[in-house]
Design a protein around this ligand. Structure first.
Ligand SMILES: N[C@@H](CCC(=O)N[C@@H](CS)C(=O)NCC(=O)O)C(=O)O
Length: 334
């Protein structure tokens, strides 16, 4: 497995405020994980003075990192000037939001190189990166194909919309993961916005409170994990409705028996066929979820037993050659 793909699986959970750097050693259980964190003194603190001290320590460490030569690699990258073709994806070895964009680049057949930031060295808060993304988080994308001016985009959802529209304009053919129909577009955007505002941040918060928050707050872990479950409930319901409609249409000879409850729908030969959130084909509405679905077991959610349609949906996406290519990684500039 490549460094990017193994990065996504070998998740290191960073100490960031939304906890959304979520990779971790697959083989390591929670206990081992906690052991790795405890020496850093992150879970055992509770008094305001201790919290203040931790905050000051964090600020000093961040400043030291930025003052050190740790960002040289990044500086070099920008000093070398824009590449003359394709895209540069700025990501992190284990960031689901970064891989989300890689999946779409790959599905669209775009060539791109990836530069991986080192969060532990503060690369994401360096002036060079903040000039590209004022929010100091990955992903960001540089489009080198416009020779008049270099285009930079940040926020995974905005990048995805930019890419599908760009491809459409370039080729005159609507990419299969997008739609030329305004209503379908709006449905895809609803799922995309829901994913970027309701899905990934809630998983990020659940991970943060489970593994990194200075004080152990069970109610916060519960609140965010419940919220992730609620979000998956919404997706599960949408996919189940698509499944039902799909089976009723294609398995028409048994439709009456399914409706009457005489035969369970799980007996249909179409029970495991792919169904998608919008229309009848995979689109950005589906693909934006896949890299996060890969890591929710870290917060104790078992998609296979709790959300069977989400589980099948994820499996179908994970089998797509473009998704496999993205998870293996494009050319990486270390
Ligand atoms: N809403 C943003 C979220 C980006 C985000 O939180 N990225 C994480 C990695 S998945 C990050 O950069 N964390 C580093 C940090 O917080 O310092 C997006 O969808 O692009």
């Amino acid at each position: 497995m490549s460094s990017l793909a193994s990065g996504l699986r070998n998740v290191h959970i960073s100490d960031n405020s939304n906890g959304s750097d979520v990779s971790r050693p697959q083989e390591a259980g929670d206990q081992q994980y906690k052991k790795e964190l405890e020496p850093q003194g992150r879970r055992l603190t509770s008094s305001p003075s201790q919290l203040k001290r931790l905050q000051t320590q964090y600020e000093q460490e961040t400043k030291q990192k930025l003052d050190s030569d740790s960002v040289t690699r990044l500086k070099d990258f920008f000093a070398n000037g824009p590449r003359d073709e394709g895209f540069t994806l700025i990501s992190h070895r284990s960031a689901p939001n970064g891989f989300k964009v890689a999946v779409v680049l790959s599905e669209l057949g775009y060539s791109y190189q990836t530069i991986l930031l080192d969060f532990s060295k503060g690369d994401q808060k360096s002036p060079e990166f903040l000039a590209i993304n004022p929010n100091g988080r990955v992903p960001a994308l540089i489009d080198h194909t416009n020779l008049e001016r270099q285009i930079t985009i940040w926020e995974s959802g905005a990048i995805i919309l930019y890419l599908v529209e760009k491809k459409y304009k370039e080729t005159g053919v609507c990419p299969s993961i997008w739609s030329k129909d305004l209503v379908e577009q709006s449905q895809m955007m609803s799922w995309l916005f829901f994913q970027t505002s309701g899905h990934s941040p809630m998983i990020g918060q659940a991970l943060h409170f489970k593994y990194f928050h200075a004080v152990n707050v069970p109610s916060a872990i519960e609140r965010y994990t419940d919220e992730v479950r609620r979000v998956y409930g919404v997706v599960e319901m949408a996919l189940s409705e698509k499944r039902e409609a799909f089976i009723m249409e294609l398995d028409a000879e048994n439709a009456e028996s399914y409706s009457a409850g005489l035969t369970p729908m799980s007996e249909s030969r179409y029970f495991d066929s792919p169904v998608w959130l919008v229309g009848e084909k995979v689109s950005i509405a589906d693909l934006c979820f896949v890299t996060w679905n890969y890591v929710v077991d870290r917060i104790g959610i078992d998609l296979k037993t709790e959300y069977p349609e989400v589980y099948k949906w994820t499996k179908h996406m994970m089998r797509r050659p473009a998704v496999v290519r993205a998870l293996k990684g494009g050319p990486v500039t270390e």
